[in-house]
Write a protein that binds this ligand. Structure first.
Ligand SMILES: [Zn+2]
Length: 315
C-alpha cells in the first residue's frame, strides 16, 4: 500500500498543496480517505500573522466528490495554531487547506463548486433530484443556500440606469431596483425607496449619463442630488401608464357630452338594470360599473392593499 499512497496523493489531491494521504479504506458504499496536513505554518484569519506554534489537532470529515459510484469522505487531521500577535483577539486558530476546506465547511471545495454548478443550472428542486443521481444528495434548500452565498458578480458602472420600485411582503414594503438599461440586467437592490438612499448610490457612480425613472418625487429628488450630471428621462412603461390614466380621466370627465344615438349597437343585456332616468343605454351601465370597479380596485391597490383582499372586496 505504501507505494500506492503517493499515487493516491496525486489522484485525489493533485490540485491541493499540503495534504498527505495516509490510508484509504473502501467499503461497499463508502471510500474513506485518511489524510493530514503538512504545511509548517498557517496564517491567522483575523490578523494575518503567520504562526508555526501548534496548539493541538483534531479530525474533520469533509464530504468529497464520489468516486466509482461510492461516497467519498475525507478524514482530515488539521491543526490549531497559536496566534502570537498581541493585538489580535484570537488566541488560536484552525488551519484551512486552500482549495480543499473552508471554515465551518462540511464539504470539500470541489464538491461545493460542483453543487453550485448544479444549483445554477437547475435551481432547487430539479437540482436536488440530480444530486441524488450523482450520489451527492443534498436538499433543495441546501442548493439554494449555496447559490445565495455566492459573492455578487462585479458589474461595470452603467451608462444608462433604470430606477423603479419593487415590493416585498405583499406590497407593504417597497425598495428600489436598479437596472442597466443597455444590458437589461438588474444590477442592485436598495432596501427602501428614499431619495437619500438612491442619491448615495448614484453619487458613487459618476459615469452615469442617463437615468430612466418613473415620476415619483423621491426618485426625482434622489436622481437630482446623486447624479446632477445625468439626463433624467421618463421610462416608456410609465409614460404609457400615465397616458392611459390621463385618457381615462378625460373621457370620464366628458361623459356628459356623450349622447345616445338613434342607431345604438346591440349591447349585452344580461347585466343591465332598469335605466328609466339615465341617458345611457342599458348596456352602457354595465361598462360604467366595470369602470367604477376598475377605479376602486386601483385605488385600493394604490393605498397599499394586496391583491387577494382587494379581489375579495370587489367581487
Ligand atoms: Zn491573529
Amino acid at each position: 500500500m505504501s507505494e500506492v499512497l503517493p499515487q493516491l496523493d496525486e489522484l485525489l489531491f493533485s490540485s491541493v498543496e499540503g495534504v498527505l494521504v495516509e490510508s484509504v479504506e473502501v467499503t461497499d458504499t463508502v471510500v474513506r480517505v485518511e489524510a493530514r496536513t503538512t504545511a509548517r505554518r498557517a496564517a491567522c484569519p483575523e490578523c494575518g500573522y503567520w504562526s508555526g506554534r501548534i496548539h493541538g489537532s483534531y479530525l474533520r470529515f469533509p464530504r468529497d466528490l464520489p468516486t466509482a459510484g461510492k461516497l467519498v469522505v475525507v478524514s482530515l487531521r488539521v491543526r490549531r495554531f497559536v496566534c502570537a500577535e498581541d493585538s489580535c483577539t484570537r488566541k488560536t486558530f484552525a488551519e484551512q487547506v486552500p482549495g480543499l476546506t473552508r471554515r465551518f465547511g462540511r464539504r470539500t471545495e470541489r464538491l461545493r463548486s460542483t453543487l453550485v454548478s448544479v444549483g445554477l443550472a437547475l435551481a432547487g428542486r430539479a437540482g436536488a433530484l440530480m444530486t441524488d443521481a450523482f450520489k451527492i444528495p443534498v436538499s433543495r434548500n441546501t442548493l439554494l443556500r449555496l447559490i445565495a452565498s455566492l459573492p455578487d458578480p462585479v458589474t461595470a458602472t452603467p451608462r444608462v440606469v433604470g430606477v423603479d420600485e419593487y415590493a416585498q411582503r405583499k406590497g407593504r414594503i417597497y425598495g428600489t431596483v436598479l437596472v442597466d438599461v443597455e444590458t437589461r440586467r438588474p444590477i442592485d437592490l436598495l432596501p427602501d425607496r428614499e431619495a437619500g438612499t438612491l442619491a448615495a448610490w448614484l453619487a458613487e457612480r459618476s459615469d452615469i449619463e442617463i437615468i430612466c425613472r418613473d415620476r415619483a418625487p423621491f426618485f426625482a429628488e434622489g436622481a437630482t442630488r446623486g447624479a446632477p450630471q445625468a439626463l433624467q428621462v421618463a421610462d416608456r412603461w410609465h409614460l404609457w401608464h400615465n397616458l392611459g390614466e390621463a385618457a381615462e380621466k378625460c373621457v370620464y370627465r366628458h361623459r356628459g357630452c356623450l349622447r345616445p344615438t338613434s342607431a345604438q349597437p346591440e349591447e349585452p343585456q344580461e347585466e343591465a338594470e332598469p335605466t328609466a332616468s339615465s341617458p345611457w343605454p342599458t348596456g352602457h351601465r354595465f361598462a360604467e360599473r366595470t369602470r367604477a370597479k376598475h377605479a376602486t380596485i386601483h385605488a385600493l391597490l394604490g393605498a397599499g392593499h394586496s391583491k387577494r383582499p382587494v379581489a375579495g372586496s370587489s367581487a
